[in-house]
Design a binder for this molecule. Structure first.
Ligand code: AHM
Ligand code: MG
Length: 356
């Protein structure tokens, strides 16, 4: 048995040295780790405590809430409020941001999804929590507009995955690091320092039941993957879909791949299913710090300036070369090349090969 593993606390103290607000940021990440530990214990009890079902209520997005959505949201709210270092929060489960008088001088705003993939709760499949830490305004309480910062302004972000083991994965802009919870001692140990996503992959993750609603470039990309060794990709692809973004992206951090929740015309009012500020941005930061890419298909996710806290965005993230290739499908389509029946990507194998 190994006993000399680095704990999260030890790692943070070292890694965040030199970071502006290092001690507050360390404290905040430790606070998040404590909440994640509690949630891990809660979800591990499954149906025993009667908390795995649905509520009658809907959240601001019109989605039916699970009991655990609300319980986990409350745990985060209480922890952030009591920390005294968080000026305000916004959450998937709250209509609008909430300011904390207790964190009046707090340096941070936290935007989070307390329980991502919560439809997987009743079936005992992996779920997660996602957080994004932003700077708070100086010397005054935050206003709603203060939250509307692009992902490139994040100070730190990360997620917890409640799977066969519970892990906390975060970045503060110096690589992406993963910690595994020892539930007996309630300690997170460093198990995955400096995660790196392979640049290339033969694995994609998408909910194909939406295929008829996707834009042409995504339809074309998936078609080419499915054609495998008989198509332009000249190799077979594998497909995975857990239905929890955290679990699907975590797999990609571990072994490469690409995750897509693209724009579709199922509900034209929505730019995609996932939310920019507390799903796409924090996961993009983690992915990009591990050498991957996060894109809408047409621009970098972290470059999008939010107009609304609950704004949705198309999401394509993972292995960098594969994401770049999908961006190229979009560019070719937008430029009209694909429509004319000729495209460097779809029509000319030699150029296509250069991108592999
Ligand atoms: P949620 O935050 O309400 O759980 O919704 C987001 C989830 C993602 O975790 C997941 O990738 C996606 O929605 C699943 O969508 P689908 O129902 O199309 O499989
Ligand atoms: Mg979510």
């Amino acid at each position: 048995m190994r006993t000399s593993r680095t704990t999260l606390t030890e790692f943070l103290r070292n890694e965040l040295k030199g970071h502006a607000n290092a001690s507050d940021l360390t404290e905040l990440l430790e606070e998040i780790a404590r909440v994640v530990t509690r949630i891990s214990h809660l979800v591990a009890r499954g149906g025993i405590d009667d908390i795995t079902g649905k509520l009658q209520s809907e959240n601001v997005q019109g989605e039916v809430q699970m009991k655990l959505d609300v319980v986990t949201n409350d745990l985060f709210i209480d922890a952030f409020r009591q920390s005294g270092i968080v000026a305000g929060i916004a959450s998937e489960e709250m209509d609008s941001p909430l300011s904390f008088p207790e964190g009046r001088d707090g340096k941070f705003l936290v935007v989070f999804d307390p329980l991502d993939g919560s439809s997987n709760v009743p079936v005992n499949v992996s779920i997660g929590s996602i957080f994004s830490i932003l700077g708070a305004p100086n010397g005054r309480p935050p206003e709603d507009n203060d939250y509307l910062q692009p992902g490139s302004s994040q100070l730190a972000s990360g997620y917890a995955i409640y799977g066969p083991s519970t892990m906390l994965v975060y970045t503060a802009g110096h690589g992406t690091h993963g910690f595994t919870l020892d539930s007996a001692t309630e300690t997170f140990f460093l198990t995955h320092a400096n995660l790196r996503i392979p640049d290339t992959t033969s694995e994609f993750a998408i909910n194909s039941s939406n295929a008829r609603f996707w834009e042409v470039p995504v339809q074309q990309y998936v078609e080419d993957c499915i054609a495998g060794s008989e198509g332009v990709r000249e190799r077979d692809f594998n497909m995975r879909w857990v239905g929890s973004m955290v679990a699907d992206v975590h797999r990609i951090l571990m072994r490469g791949g690409v995750y897509l929740y693209p724009r579709d015309n199922k509900k034209p009012i929505k730019a995609g299913r996932l939310r920019l500020m507390y799903e796409a941005n924090p996961m993009s930061f983690v992915v990009e710090q591990a050498g991957g890419k996060g894109s809408t298909g047409r621009e970098q996710i972290m470059g999008v300036v939010p107009q609304l806290v609950h704004q949705r965005v198309p999401v394509i993230m993972g292995s960098s070369q594969e994401v770049s290739l999908i961006e190229r499908y979009h560019r070719d389509f937008d430029s009209g090349e694909a429509e004319k029946g000729y495209s460097p990507l779809f029509g000319e194998r030699s150029l296509f090969h250069k991108m592999q």
